[in-house]
Write a protein that binds this ligand. Structure first.
Ligand code: SF4
Ligand code: SF4
Length: 357
């Protein structure tokens, strides 16, 4: 497993997105996430929001805590809670987390399990090569952290929703599977499963979380096999369809949202994506393409072999008004705005200059 530099990573993330309040246009909305939410990230650090990118300021390692309650009750947590309560949002990604548009209120505890970024696929928007961590000192350390996390969750007796796992595929990960095997939990706990869908039919039914899943987010970014092949490299369309069939047969259609990140290679596939939603009676969410640092942001003079083959973020970010295909993409998205099955991330509609729909 590759050793990673935690400090640099948080600093990079902090500097990537705009943060803090704008004195000319103060944010008046409120947020209780630093009191109710934890994301356990890939360094096994605890961050007090649903996404590390939104609030990259860890309050400690999960193994530092002997009960979940202590994550929200320590000096560093108090500092962040005060900052957000005072509406300063010093470390908050205010352009991305929705706080400018609405209050962010969590009625119950949210635990985001994102310790491992292993995945059985290698989508160019996400990673340059396949990541599947299975051995080494860091793997062993994470394994202990996973066991500790599941022990804490098993004894946590307050209502909680667990989001499992936003940084890779939890059904493929060798670090998430021990969680699935050891999880007992209780009836106050529910789950959201984030997955690429490949292993739903094969692995999910035998896990302890299966009966407690109330939301499935399946990220497919396509509506047809040809486009799927480009955006979900390593995925198998027929296997994906088998998983979707399984969920429908189990009567779980109302729990499923298919995700579609709009980019150059897939925006013309949006009509097929909608047909898929109709066929399975699922909902869909369309969102913008974020820059996770996988592609080079801009063209460079001497691109490496991967960039020559896969292009740059600028090539793929069709939601940039300077992109040649921006107008065409906007027309396609506008044509589906009224579809009742679809939701749109506010950032997507903002980038396309769509105000009301
Ligand atoms: S304001 Fe945004 S980034 Fe900050 S804690 Fe709330 S949701 Fe997270
Ligand atoms: S399926 Fe999701 S987690 Fe896996 S490589 Fe693709 S985008 Fe990344």
């Amino acid at each position: 497993m590759q050793q990673t530099d935690e400090k640099t990573s948080y600093e990079y993330t902090l500097n990537t997105w705009p943060r803090g309040r704008d004195e000319k246009q103060p944010i008046t909305n409120s947020c209780n996430r630093p009191f109710k939410t934890v994301e356990i990230d890939m360094y096994t650090n605890c961050n007090l929001c649903t996404c590390t990118g939104w609030l990259p300021r860890p309050v400690g390692k999960i193994t530092d805590f002997s009960c979940l309650e202590d994550i929200w009750d320590n000096p560093r947590a108090h500092e962040i809670q005060k900052d957000v309560t005072d509406k300063k949002f010093t470390w908050c990604a205010v352009e991305h987390c929705g706080i400018k548009q609405h209050d962010n209120y969590e009625p119950i505890y949210q635990i985001v399990f994102a310790i491992d970024d292993s995945c059985n696929l290698q989508c160019p928007s996400c990673r340059r090569e396949k990541k599947m961590h299975t051995e080494g000192p860091l793997y062993e350390e994470k394994l202990r952290a996973v066991q500790h996390t599941v022990d804490l969750i098993n004894k946590f007796d307050k209502p909680a929703h667990i989001l499992f796992n936003c940084s890779g595929d939890p059904l493929a990960s060798h670090l998430s599977r021990p969680f699935l095997q050891s999880y007992v939990g209780n009836d106050k706990q529910t789950f959201t499963l984030f997955t690429n869908g490949m292993l739903i039919k094969k692995l999910l039914p035998s896990t302890g979380i299966f009966p407690r899943i109330t939301k499935y987010w399946i990220s497919i970014d396509a509506g047809s096999p040809d486009v799927y092949k480009q955006v979900r490299v390593g995925g198998d369309w027929d296997t994906l369809m088998g998983s979707l069939d399984f969920l429908k047969e189990q009567g779980l259609s109302k729990l499923v949202t298919l995700q579609f990140v709009v980019q150059k290679n897939n925006f013309r596939d949006i009509p097929n994506f909608i047909k898929l939603l109709e066929k399975y009676d699922f909902r869909g969410l369309m969102s913008n393409l974020d820059d996770w640092g996988t592609w080079n942001r801009e063209p460079v003079e001497t691109p490496d072999a991967w960039t020559i083959k896969n292009g740059t973020y600028r090539d793929h970010n069709v939601l940039d008004s300077r992109h040649d295909l921006y107008a065409e993409c906007k027309t396609v998205v506008e044509s589906v705005l009224g579809n009742k099955r679809l939701s749109f991330h506010p950032r997507l509609t903002h980038l396309l200059g769509i105000k009301k729909f």
